[in-house]
Design a protein around this ligand. Structure first.
Ligand code: ZN
Length: 299
């Protein structure tokens, strides 16, 4: 007797450093995965397509979901759906992710931002399960935020560009120009991984008591205050490579308490519940891709 066809979904966490590709079944068991370095669009997309073509031997892929860095067109009704817009990542503007994968694989493809994807995954399976208002902020090569407010993703059919808001300078950081190629000293320009690297060297090698972490906390707390005041989220999930250093989270909470100055009447416990790490850790983006694949048509 022929066994029933196994349903398999493809997911990509398209980041500034690598495209993480995964194949998973309906119950989120990983069948295959690979990391493709983000170099030129030609190289990176070809390697990803090759992975999905060669990884599937016994099943066909039901759908592919891509949670990507931005800015890009995420409006399914737009003729440019899946196309990167001009932004800090040089060489990628004008590249159409949707048609590249749709044409090569011949399956339904859904695309959203990396942070919207990660937020949807945390809402479905992670630390924001059951919430109707929440934000997911990634702090890595770049900074971005996905925001759900009263059950709706903010910014649709486009997406927020929260990483590029202006922030108040830390008093010991007045001379640094910032690393955002567009704005210099925006939030991303002052608090992303590359911005830490530019001032202090490899963030992974910095001591826990290095002043870099206080500076980072000062900026990220401002981001949390802006999110809390604008959208009143039940949770602000802080993810991304830079925040794998867990000792930064308590510093951010302390700075948040200082900056907001009890304006919303939050207790220490409230702030503990508000500013949290992702349950899905570094895989939040990948599961975002899988969520998009499983929910084709989600808007
Ligand atoms: Zn910027």
């Amino acid at each position: 007797m022929k066994s029933p066809k196994k349903i398999v979904y493809g997911g990509i966490d398209a980041g500034g450093t690598s495209f993480k590709c995964v194949l998973a079944d309906e119950s989120r068991n990983i069948i295959a995965q690979t990391d493709v370095p983000t170099t030129t669009p030609q190289y990176t997309l070809a390697q990803c397509i090759e992975f999905f073509k060669s990884a599937v031997t016994t099943s066909t892929i039901e759908a592919l979901g891509i949670a990507s860095f931005g800015p890009l067109d995420i409006d399914p009704n737009s003729g440019a759906y899946g196309t990167y817009l001009p932004g800090p990542k040089s060489g990628w503007a004008g590249v159409n992710l949707y048609s590249a994968f749709k044409d090569a694989l011949g399956i339904p493809v859904a695309i959203d931002t990396d942070v919207n994807g990660a937020l949807l995954a945390e809402l479905a399976w992670g630390n924001a399960k059951g919430y109707t208002s929440a934000a997911y902020v990634t702090i890595g090569t770049g900074i971005g935020a996905g925001i759900l407010c009263a059950g709706q993703l903010v910014g649709k059919p486009a997406h927020p560009e929260f990483g590029h808001i202006r922030v108040e300078r830390h008093p010991d950081d007045l001379d640094f120009k910032g690393v955002c190629s567009v704005h210099g000293a925006c939030l991303e320009g002052l608090a992303s991984g590359p911005s830490l690297h530019a001032r202090f060297g490899d963030p992974e090698k910095l001591a826990r008591d290095h002043k870099a972490w206080d500076m980072l906390a000062f900026y990220l707390a401002q981001a949390c205050v802006s999110l809390a005041l604008s959208f009143r989220p039940q949770a602000i999930i802080l993810g991304g490579g830079v925040l794998q250093t867990k000792h930064v989270l308590p510093k951010i909470k302390r700075q948040y308490a200082n900056q907001i100055n009890a304006y919303l009447g939050q207790t220490e416990d409230d702030i503990d519940r508000l500013i949290i790490p992702p349950k899905l850790g570094r895989n939040a983006g990948i599961w975002g891709g899988i969520y998009l694949a499983q929910n084709i048509g989600y808007k």
